[in-house]
Design a protein around this ligand. Structure first.
Ligand code: C2G
Length: 450
């Protein structure tokens, strides 16, 4: 009996998939089909899958070609499966030609011609209207955003707004965008989503205006600097049935999601302490050191450092206290926020003129988890116990600058097929604004006391 094995995501099952399976079956007597898990697809950079695995398996089954269906969940599994199932032939579409030649050591490898004119990407584009996004502000983050957006399907970055028209023009030219403008009204009329990447102080007004014009908003952190403003924006987005998301890339990183579920599963017992640090030595002329109203280390990096604290210990801290060093102009260059919870304590540490280890340490009653620097990109973490033999290292992918994860969640939430709102809820985002408000009040007090 000749055994054939093939693999795929089989998202939005189409004729190309059907013909591949039909020909794969015809190559032998028994066909095994491996269907990828969402987690594995995420690891290999396929972020826009729509159908859940159960549906994708059912669709493969319905063709009647598969004698056996298995689940593919890790790199290297093909090598194991071919030996385990004693497959004689591995086959896949010609879009992969050459990529699986390494399997020739174990069986025959056949690349079948790909069916032209059909793909899951095409079907996704047909099923959902393209999100036309504009960028507000043309600073450093915006510059990283455009290249990353190319990895997310269903999204087109069309234009840029900046009150300084020369900046907008330069940015549009550099990133080959269709238009640039210094006119907010014109800007909102040309897009259906915006990424607000302007200075902190402008976030609230731009976000409010965009929502009022019926435009979805992805706003750089911190979304707002007061609780009331954040509450108002989320209420407005809800009333207008629009998506409002605070852009904190860590919240959408696969490794960070895995870290949180590991902590929540109780492996390190009850969490008693979370310590998160984010510092970057910054030249004096940059906005975060010159903007005396909204600049400083905590408004710049605090959102990252607060995120794991709120995610792990919750929103109901009893108290938060701030200690900081101020520069001559009153901006904080190093800050520590101390949170007290009924059964835990936490610190968020940020710096622009002090360098420290950018790690995240979560301590529990049974063990601890250490996420090495840069923890906010969450490439890996180690679960550690008193008995070191039990320690376990977990490694995950974090592709590119990581903005693709938050962007892909933003697009799927707009289109209504994503289930990612838990990654950063409105309540968490509002709690962050409240912490920023408390911090700015504490800083003001300290400036006045000086
Ligand atoms: N396919 C095809 N014609 C198309 C589209 C897809 O022949 N128009 C084939 C692909 O080449 C693949 C199979 O259908 O053999 C499944 O395609 P996808 O669902 O896109 O899966 P893919 O990402 O190719 O996964 O471990 C997974 C494998 O590496 C392949």
């Amino acid at each position: 009996m000749k055994k054939v094995i093939t693999y795929g995501s089989f998202d939005l099952f189409h004729k190309g998939h059907y013909r591949l399976l039909q020909r794969a079956k015809a190559l032998g007597d028994y066909l095994i089909v491996g269907v990828t898990t969402e987690h594995f697809d995420e690891e290999r950079g396929k972020l826009n899958l729509i159908d859940p695995i159960i549906k994708r398996i059912e669709n493969v089954k319905a063709t009647g070609f598969a004698d056996e269906i298995i689940v593919e969940d890790h790199v290297g599994q093909k090598v194991e499966d071919i030996q385990k199932y004693q497959a004689d032939i591995f086959t896949v579409g010609s879009d992969w030609t050459g990529k699986f030649d390494y399997l020739k050591e174990y069986c025959e490898v056949i690349y079948l011609p790909r069916t032209e004119g059909i793909s899951s990407t095409m079907l996704r584009a047909e099923a959902y209207e393209l999100v036309h996004m504009g960028i507000m502000g043309s600073g450093r983050i915006a510059g990283r955003f455009v290249p990353e957006s190319r990895f997310v399907s269903g999204l087109s970055i069309d234009g840029v707004f900046n009150p300084r028209i020369k900046s907008a023009e330069r940015f549009a030219e550099e990133h080959k965008l269709d238009f640039f403008t210094d006119d907010e009204e014109e800007f909102y009329s040309k897009v259906n989503a915006v990424n607000i990447a302007s200075p902190h102080v402008t976030h609230y007004a731009y976000a409010k205006n965009a929502l009022e014009h019926g435009v979805h908003v992805l706003c750089e952190k911190p979304l707002c600097l007061t609780k009331a403003q954040a509450e108002e924006l989320y209420a407005l987005a809800k009333a207008k049935k629009l998506v409002l998301m605070e852009a904190i890339k860590t919240a959408h990183a696969p490794g960070f999601i895995r870290l949180l579920s590991t902590v929540k599963s109780g492996t390190i017992g009850e969490v008693r302490d979370v310590e998160a640090c984010f510092t970057r030595l910054t030249p004096d002329h940059l906005r975060e050191l010159t903007d005396t109203e909204c600049g400083g280390s905590f408004t710049e990096f605090g959102s990252y450092a607060i995120l794991p604290i709120l995610k792990i210990l919750g929103l109901h801290y009893e108290d938060v206290e701030f200690k900081m060093f101020l520069a001559e102009n009153g901006v904080d260059v190093y800050t520590k926020a101390y949170f007290t919870y009924p059964n835990a304590i936490a610190t968020a540490k940020t710096g622009l003129k002090v360098k420290s280890e950018g790690q995240l340490l979560i301590s529990g009653t049974k063990g601890y988890i250490l996420v090495p620097s840069p923890w906010w990109l969450t490439h890996e973490f180690e679960v550690c116990y008193e008995n070191r033999e039990q320690n376990q290292k977990i490694a995950t992918r974090f592709l590119g600058g990581g903005l693709r994860y938050e962007l892909s969640d933003f697009i799927s939430t707009i289109n209504g097929y994503g289930k990612s709102e838990f990654k950063l809820t409105a309540s968490e985002s509002i709690a962050m604004a409240e912490i920023m408000e408390k911090f700015l009040a504490a800083r003001k007090q300290m400036q006045e006391a000086k």
